[in-house]
Design a protein around this ligand. Structure first.
Ligand SMILES: [Zn+2]
Length: 379
């Protein structure tokens, strides 16, 4: 029922509009015109002040057609990772790729294009469909900022889909919650050769702490990583300052808290062990830890209506669908936190966040067909 040529044209057009995070102005303006021309009621929210983007999030409403039904949420993000200047999408042997120097931007323009084609098809063929609330966010790639500052009180939908995970034929119903840690360790500077007794090496404290940490895959639900370390000035100076950045994720909120506490404890214990006496005074390293809640847990019940609809939709068009989990957060985590039961559907995009990113036309179209069937199915 969908028009694959039109879908491909739309996708390619979206890819050519550069939109790295915070620079969504041009794509936002284009999408406002595009959806207004389709008869949507377009609203730009006031999140700009908080996100620092050139645009707010877009909230686009379609009233629906036929028997009155509950509204559905459909969402994708407008921003991309970099390099994203002058993206030239190339279609060869049924596969979209970039010309090579940039990302393609299928993450997440494949999702945006699929939503547009579904609306086009619904209207062109005068099909029955429920009211739609389409939310196109900014700054997803730099910490889900658009979704974090979205005004959820303006949304009526109680369920929906985010189109923002890679692969084909899969939908994520679970995603972890995560904490980010920023750590500053302050030691005591001294000459490494002349006066080492009076120094406390911040690097050594960091090393002790990290050596004691459970990192990597901590258990079946939880992972942790120290990803950045910086410190020291010269080989002959005992370093007085080290900064660390790390994270913990878990599919279980309690385990996330436990792992975060464990990381903090390792740092505090290493600092305690650093105690020395300088001119009759006890001195020890100081540790400052900032823990930021990166995103909340996403855990859609297996029997949720949104998954029932999606399974039914897949079956109705003979598509395979695997319900699983995603290892990373998305805007869907935030929608769920705000009471909108939202699963994250794979759009067909592959090798995202790299210049090798690609999407097959076949997959772009298959997910679009599934999305159309989803919108039209009832459970
Ligand atoms: Zn994405």
């Amino acid at each position: 029922m969908i028009n694959v040529d039109r879908l491909c044209q739309e996708f390619a057009r979206l890819c050519t509009i550069s939109s790295p995070s915070r620079h969504e102005g041009a794509i936002s303006a284009y999408l406002q015109r595009r959806f207004a021309a389709l008869g949507g009621q377009v609203e730009v929210d006031a999140s700009q002040a908080q996100t620092g983007s050139e645009s707010g999030n877009l909230i686009i409403r379609f009233a629906g057609h036929g028997t009155p039904q509950e509204p559905l949420l459909l969402s994708a993000h407008m921003d991309t990772v970099s390099p994203a200047q002058n993206v030239r999408p190339i279609l060869e042997n049924g596969v979209f790729r970039s010309a090579g120097e940039t990302i393609l931007g299928a993450d997440d323009k494949s999702g945006v294009a699929q939503i547009i084609e579904v609306v086009e098809t619904l209207q062109e063929q005068q099909l029955d469909y429920p009211p739609l609330e389409i939310v196109l966010t900014v700054c997803e790639e730099i910490g889900l900022l658009g979704a974090k500052f979205l005004d959820y009180s303006v949304l009526r939908a109680k369920q929906g889909l985010v189109l923002d995970t890679s692969g084909v034929g899969t939908v994520a119903r679970q995603a972890p919650c995560a904490n980010r840690l920023s750590v500053v360790i302050e030691g005591l500077e001294a000459h490494a050769g002349l006066d080492p007794e009076h120094g406390i090496s911040a690097i050594q404290v960091a090393a002790r702490a990290i050596a004691a940490m459970r990192l990597g895959r901590v258990d079946g639900e939880t992972t942790a990583n120290i990803g950045l370390i910086e410190g020291g000035h010269a080989t002959n100076i005992i370093p007085n300052r080290v900064t660390l950045k790390g994270e913990a994720r878990s599919f279980d909120a309690e385990r996330l808290q436990r792992q975060t506490q464990h990381l903090c404890d390792c740092l505090q214990q290493a600092a305690e062990q650093s105690e020395i006496e300088v001119h009759g005074r006890k001195r020890r390293a100081q540790v400052r830890i900032e823990v930021a809640n990166d995103y909340p847990l996403m855990n859609v019940a297996p029997e949720a209506e949104v998954l029932c609809r999606l399974r039914q939709a897949a079956a109705s068009i003979g598509q395979f669908l695997e319900v699983g989990r995603s290892g990373g957060g998305s805007d869907a985590n935030l929608f769920n936190q705000h009471g909108i039961v939202t699963a994250n559907l794979a759009t067909g995009m592959q090798k995202v966040h790299s210049v090798e990113e690609f999407i097959r036309v076949e997959d772009l179209a298959a997910v679009c067909r599934l999305l159309l069937a989803f919108v039209r199915s009832g459970c």
